[in-house]
Design a protein around this ligand. Structure first.
Ligand SMILES: [Cu+2]
Length: 587
């Protein structure tokens, strides 16, 4: 079914219903996993790593196997690596939202988590080696490495389950909360009355709910972001990202609500170990050779990032500090900041499409965020600089917003006592005058630095096109070599890879000449001539618009921009310069 053909309220309803289904089913899954663990004598950590890990990975399994079967190997494997890092970031957010009175790792004194973390590092490191070394098919089209990874996943579960019986490590300084949670309570007695078969059936039923709910949430979120036009922005990206990780969030939050902190962490570590092992079904589904060879460098970055994030949590689990900063452990803060920094590197190194592929597989499937009229998918040199400036400003503004809100929460919730006049004044002068002046100066310098490149005139000998804004259409005048000219209406053609200078005029009122994919905009003012140099780099068809309100049909005042290879452009130019042929054929 095509969700994009549904009305906006329809998608909103599906999003709300699907989200609630996933949320409730996720909480149930956490409760059932705990009951099953009690009935079978399985440890809570194994229940988290295996039962919850598999349940929350179902949407990813579906995406990966479908993509592999359709022959889209990059999508099948790359989103697995992105998922690992994203779920570790989810754990940090859970630490913020759900865990009170201390850091999550302080309440998780189970040494087996250290083993689970180390096994995850081992698994991801092997995957990195596999990609660097390359893969060969050993069983029909199946490669060696996915087989090894799936074997290691099985061994991980075995060793995690048998770790406790070794009794080589015990945690000390157990928090009150953990001691209470470990004592059998009324809930647990009640839930263990049900038969194991019934519990398993309920668990399977909730798994199906998560799968269906998760699929409808991510598809409707993607359709919504395209329909409302926020698809290319951070809001759309965030919406879809949250939607895809909803099962992990709800089961982890559910485990924490039960006081099963170790199960919550084990759930994330287990999901991730499984995620890497999913390279095996991806390889099975993909018939054109070993799927490992389709993993690209940006996925390796995410794999390295997830090793760093796991290492930070292992560090946190080893130290188990009881102090939290702004409701989160130091380890969770480091993990979250590492993830954000990694996304930044990903963007500047590989562009936004790779972020979409790694973080939001659904967005790539539907390609909702590209378009012929988007300043954020640049196809010219000026637009590239403007897009970079936009992202620098958006990320910077986002970070400042987080800091300010963080300080506000700190002042209102964490340290609500009155402050003395002197320190208040320091905050007002420092935070209200010095910091903004400094930041605005830096921003101004950054903006001024790219300005010369945006307003420079085209080199002598470049193509000149005269553009005239007329209510409500566009006249483009090209010079011909013999000193004459020819005209186009609402269409302009340009050669790729070369500068072109537009001489801009208006025939009536003020218009704004803007081709968002190629560069900045310049006003067309009656009685004056302005100019704009554009450097189109990518062949394609883009859309130009009037960016200054000019009357009733202003919104419809648009034109096509066709960027073509130089040779094609020359042929076209020559044809246009010839006299029109009489349609009757007579001379
Ligand atoms: Cu106009």
């Amino acid at each position: 079914m095509d969700f994009k053909s549904l009305p906006v309220w329809g998608n909103l309803a599906i999003l709300a219903i699907g989200g609630s289904v996933v949320w409730v089913a996720g909480l149930q899954l956490a409760r059932l996993a705990e009951s099953i663990a009690l009935r079978t004598g399985m440890s809570r950590v194994l229940a988290g790593a295996m039962l919850l890990g598999v349940a929350t990975s179902l949407p990813e399994i579906a995406t990966t196997v479908t993509a592999g079967a359709l022959g889209n190997a990059p999508l099948a494997v790359n989103n697995l690596f992105g998922g690992v890092a994203m779920q570790l970031a989810v754990l940090a957010l859970i630490d913020f939202w759900s865990v009170r009175d201390g850091p999550l790792t302080f309440f998780s004194p189970d040494p087996v988590l250290l083993l689970a973390g180390v096994l995850l590092v081992l698994q991801v490191a092997l995957a990195i080696i596999a990609v660097s070394a390359g893969d060969v098919a050993i069983l029909a089209h199946i490669g060696f490495w996915p087989l090894l990874l799936v074997v290691i996943y099985g061994m991980s579960l075995y060793y995690i389950e048998n770790f406790a019986s070794l009794e080589t490590w015990t945690a000390a300084r157990l928090p009150e909360k953990v001691l209470q949670a470990d004592a059998p309570g009324d809930d647990q007695k009640e839930s263990t009355d049900a038969s194991l078969a019934w519990l398993m059936a309920l668990f399977a039923f909730n798994c199906v709910l998560v799968l269906i709910g998760g699929a409808s949430v991510s598809t409707s979120a993607d359709a919504l972001s395209a329909q409302t036009g926020i698809g290319s922005g951070f809001i759309g990206a965030t919406l879809v990202a949250v939607a895809t990780s909803l099962p992990e969030i709800s089961t982890t939050a559910g485990a924490i609500r039960l006081g099963a902190y170790s199960m919550a962490i084990a759930n994330i570590l287990g999901t991730n170990t499984l995620e890497i092992a999913l390279l095996f079904p991806a390889d099975l589904a993909y018939r054109d050779g070993p799927v490992m060879n389709a993993v690209d460098n940006s996925a390796l970055l995410m794999a390295g990032l997830s090793i760093v994030m796991t290492a930070l949590y292992l560090w946190g689990l080893l130290e188990r500090r009881d102090r939290s900063i702004l409701r989160m452990g130091v380890d969770s803060w480091c993990v979250l900041l590492t993830y954000l920094a990694g996304l930044g590197v990903l963007y500047f190194q590989w562009g936004r499409s790779s972020i979409a592929q790694l973080v939001l597989p659904a967005v790539v499937v539907c390609g909702g965020c590209q378009g012929p009229q988007s300043a954020l998918s640049p196809a010219g040199e000026g637009a590239e600089q403007i897009a970079a400036l936009f992202w620098a400003m958006a990320i910077g503004a986002g970070m400042i917003w987080l800091i300010v809100i963080g300080l506000a929460v700190y002042a209102l919730r964490i340290a609500p006592h009155p402050h003395d006049t002197r320190s208040s004044r320091q905050w007002v002068i420092g935070g209200g005058v010095v910091v903004p002046t400094l930041l605005l100066t830096i921003l101004l310098m950054f903006g001024l630095a790219i300005l010369p490149a945006l307003v420079r005139p085209a080199p002598v000998g470049s193509l000149h096109v005269e553009a005239v804004g007329v209510r409500w259409w566009w006249r483009f005048i090209y010079p011909t070599p013999d000193g004459g000219s020819f005209e186009l209406a609402n269409e302009v053609r340009l050669p790729a890879g070369e500068p072109v200078q537009f001489d801009l005029r208006s025939a009536d009122v003020i218009h704004g000449f803007w081709i968002p994919s190629l560069g900045g905009k310049v006003d067309m003012i009656p009685g004056r001539q302005t100019r704009l140099t554009l450097w189109p780099t990518t062949v394609g068809t883009y859309r130009g618009v009037c960016a200054e309100y000019c009357g009733a049909s202003h919104a419809k005042m648009a034109f096509d921009v066709v960027v073509m290879p130089r040779a094609e452009f020359d042929t076209w130019l020559r044809q246009q310069a010839q006299d029109a042929v009489d349609p009757s054929g007579s001379e």
